[in-house]
Every structure is written in structure tokens, then in C-alpha cells.
Design a protein around this ligand. Structure first.
Ligand SMILES: Nc1ncnc2c1ncn2[C@@H]1O[C@H](COP(=O)(O)OP(=O)(O)OP(=O)(O)O)[C@@H](O)[C@H]1O
Length: 330
């Protein structure tokens, strides 16, 4: 993805593919293709929102960047170096420190047997952020204050179950701050939180990005929240980027029929889209395989033409920072 930014990208994702094995006699290769030709850059102090329905491949992108999954084809660069260079020893430790994830379930990533103090102190020690150990308590309390967990000393003494969901997500963000993360991969960070506290977490992420220059991948199925956090937006459908570019441009002038459907379904994109599916007005979400061809949205698209089912449309540049893959614009 081309982003109007002069800084060199921190992360470059180039023509990324990911296949998963499946047990099916009906499918020649026995593989499903979770990601097809994904390309984008992440820049310092800038966020890219990746939006799409469940199963569109959003989390798989984050997990590959976080080195939890191996890619099937393509390349990812971190500060100009191939991810393969960060496979062991201090290189891997440094990469894991710099590239952090924030998960959907804020409880899942906290250890119920340890205090909040432990959760913040541990990464500080592990990544040698503490020169003199007597400074450790103050460093922990400062981080807790930074993420709005006050009074810090009392919060530090608590266990994860004694905090609310929003507070637990703040602890996770404090851990990212502790290790001075350069890249944060936030996978639906607010979807398990009450609506009333979501905005606080989004604001905190915005602050990390603006004040510390963190580069962010913000994964969500809710296109409406993209503009709270992100400058750039990629709309995914069945493992493909169908439209991408500057967030406001896409939200105001959505061009791909799938993006238009997502925006029309706000405030509850998943529910409304599935209601349309159940109403039988649109085809099923396809299982994509390496043998599949055409536009993945063709079966659900009101404007589909015969060629949409035959080959994938090329990328069309609509504006400086607005791209689409759709025959309507070729
Ligand atoms: N470890 C795995 N093994 C096999 N298939 C997988 C694995 N992880 C993901 N998939 C498949 O890859 C596709 C993309 O999944 P992914 O979790 O990336 O989608 P998503 O857009 O993040 O969905 P959600 O919003 O539900 O998290 C899905 O069809 C999923 O079933």
C-alpha cells in the first residue's frame, strides 16, 4: 500500500500469501487460502486499520507479523530486513520486544496468579529496561499512571480478576509501553469491552501512536471505529484486500461494492451483513483455495459481471492514496 509519508516504513508486507491445510476430498490441493497477495506498509506514528468480516484473514496477518505463523509466500521486512533474519537469539528477542500484540481478550494474556505489578515489572526486567533495581517500583507506577490506572500503587497490588475488562486492556497497553514497542498489532482490542469504555482504549492507542510514534495495525470488524485510530484503511474480503487507502477518503467515497455494503451496515456490520445473507439475497462466503479464481466477492455482488468470476481484477488507482480491485473501475 502506498502511504503519503516520507519516513521509511517500519514494516513492509509484500505479496503475502497464507495457506492452511484442510481435510477435504473435494479440494484438489487440500489447502484453503487464508491470505492472497496482501501488500501494505506500516509507518512510524501512523495506523492502518484492517477491516473485514469474521474469517477474512485479519488475525492471520497479525499472527504472521508477530511470527506466530509462517507465511506461505511473499515477504515481510522489518526496518528493511527480512523477518527471516529475526529467527533466534537476541535478534528474535529484540524483534519480539519491538513488535507487540494487544489481544481481543484482555484477561487471556494476563496471568491470574500474579499481581499487576508483576505483569509490568517482568517485561521491564526481561528486556533490561531497568538499570538500578531500586527504580523498578517507580517505573511500574509511572507506566500505570500513563495508561490511566490510578492510584497506581493500589492498582499494582491487585490481581487481574480484580480489574474491569477495560482496566485489564490498559494493563496490556502498559506492558507495550514498558518494552517501548515500535509496532503494536491490536487485534480487535475493544470488541470484548463495554461500549462505554471502548473509546477510552481507542484514545489510549491514539496517544501511543501520536506521542510515542508507535506504528499500529488496528484489526477490527467495525469499520466505524477505524477513523478513531487509523489514518489508513484496508478492507479485506476472504483473504483479499479489495479496497485500501486513506481512511476518510474511503469512508466518504467507498467504491468497492463490499466496502459500500460494510459502510451501509454500520453500526452493526456483522449482524446486518449476515441478515442479508440469511435473506438469500447474496451468495455464500466462498471457501478460497489456491485453485479459486475471480473476485471473491462476485457471488454476493449485485453488480457482478461474467468476468468477475473468471479472474481477479487488477489494482486500480482511484486517487493518490485510494486503490481498489474491482472491474467496475478498470
Ligand atoms: N491455525 C489455523 N488452521 C487452519 N485454518 C486457520 C487457522 N487460523 C486461521 N484459519 C482460517 O483462516 C481464515 C482466516 O482466519 P482469521 O482468524 O485470520 O480471520 P479474521 O478475519 O481474523 O476472523 P475473526 O474476526 O473471526 O478473528 C479462516 O477461514 C480461518 O478458519
Amino acid at each position: 500500500m502506498q502511504i503519503a509519508n516520507t519516513d521509511a516504513p517500519i514494516i513492509e508486507v509484500q505479496h503475502l500469501y497464507k495457506d492452511f491445510p484442510i481435510n477435504s476430498n473435494a479440494i484438489k490441493s487440500g489447502k484453503m487460502r487464508a491470505l492472497s497477495d496482501i501488500t501494505f506498509n506500516l509507518h512510524r506514528g501512523r495506523a492502518l486499520a484492517v477491516v473485514g468480516e469474521s474469517g477474512s484473514g485479519k488475525s492471520t496477518i497479525a499472527k504472521i507479523i508477530a511470527k506466530m505463523y509462517k507465511l506461505s509466500a511473499g515477504r515481510i521486512l522489518y526496518r528493511g530486513h527480512d523477518l527471516e533474519e529475526f529467527n533466534k537469539g537476541t535478534a528474535l528477542l529484540d524483534y519480539r520486544q519491538s513488535v507487540q500484540m494487544v489481544w481481543q481478550d484482555p484477561f487471556g494474556s494476563l496471568n491470574p496468579t500474579h499481581t499487576i505489578y508483576h505483569h509490568i515489572a517482568r517485561p521491564l526486567l526481561l528486556h533490561s529496561k531497568v538499570i538500578d533495581k531500586k527504580d523498578l517500583p517507580e517505573m511500574v507506577y509511572t507506566l500505570l499512571e500513563k495508561v490511566g490506572l490510578t492510584p497506581a500503587k493500589a492498582t499494582a497490588a491487585k490481581y487481574p480478576h480484580q480489574l474491569s475488562g477495560g482496566q485489564r486492556q490498559r494493563v496490556n497497553i502498559a506492558r507495550n509501553l514498558a518494552v517501548e514497542a515500535q509496532v503494536v498489532l491490536a487485534d480487535e482490542p475493544t470488541s470484548m469491552l463495554d461500549v462505554s469504555i471502548r473509546i477510552g482504549i481507542l484514545n489510549l492507542m491514539e496517544q501511543m501512536k501520536n506521542e510515542l510514534g508507535v506504528s499500529m495495525l488496528y484489526i477490527t470488524h467495525d469499520i466505524a471505529t477505524a477513523r478513531y485510530v487509523a489514518e489508513d484503511l484496508a478492507v479485506m474480503y476472504v483473504g483479499h484486500m479489495v479496497e485500501w487507502g486513506e481512511v476518510d477518503e474511503i469512508l466518504h467515497h467507498p467504491q468497492h461494492p463490499y466496502t459500500q455494503l460494510l459502510i451501509s451496515a454500520v453500526p452493526d456490520p456483522e449482524k446486518s451483513i449476515h441478515a442479508e445473507l440469511e435473506g438469500g439475497r447474496r451468495g455464500e462466503i466462498p471457501l478460497w483455495t489456491p485453485e479459486s479464481c475471480g473476485c471473491p466477492f462476485a457471488g454476493r455482488c449485485h453488480q457482478a459481471m461474467p468476468r468477475c468470476k473468471e479472474s481477479l481484477p487488477a489494482i486500480t488507482k482511484l486517487a493518490d492514496n485510494h486503490f481498489v480491485r474491482c472491474y467496475l473501475y478498470e
